[in-house]
Design a protein around this ligand. Sequence first.
Ligand code: FE2
Length: 213
Amino acid sequence: MKLTELLEIESGGEMYSLPELPYSYDALEPHIDEETMIEHHSKHQAKYVDNLNKELADLPQMRKPLEEIFKDIQSYNTAVRNNAGGVWNHTFFWNLLSPNPTAPTSELKMDILRKWDTMEDFQSEFKDAGLKRFGSGWVWLVYNEKVGGLEIISTPNQDNPLMMDGMLPIIGCDLWEHAYYLKHKSNRGNWIDTFFEILNWDFANKWYNKVVK
Ligand code: FE2
């Protein structure tokens, strides 16, 4: 199952395009301020889209759905890696947030509790992994197909678990300062706590069922 299919957006083919946000720029206030959302979506993610199109402008045979690029990421240069990751990661991230956050439920919650004793323990390990990521990157809850279970990992830059063999992203939090600096300054811990306050668990569970179950 591809994210593009779940979200019914186009990816690859002629040109990549900037997906619309699933809510307005001010919808996540006061958790994420409108100015941060405008910069993050219409400047940062838009730049990743533009750069990816430029990189592959003369390589139509290399313009594929993003998930296919990630599976074959070693065949692409660093600019494609960074910008394709930037496009996919942010599209995933916007859908993981909601102005009407939902509580953890169903299969994903059960499987998290199978691995961690409590949701608090899970969130604590997730936050710790995010704090330990040096510089910019992402922290993820992933499903490791090789061992058949959930894990927490972090990746540098715009890398994501789809670039790794057997890893499926389930939840991801953007650790770049552009995601939180205006409101949280350098306090990444506050930002990760805020992320959980507006996490759309319904989407995460739906995605989990699509890609893992
Ligand atoms: Fe970002």
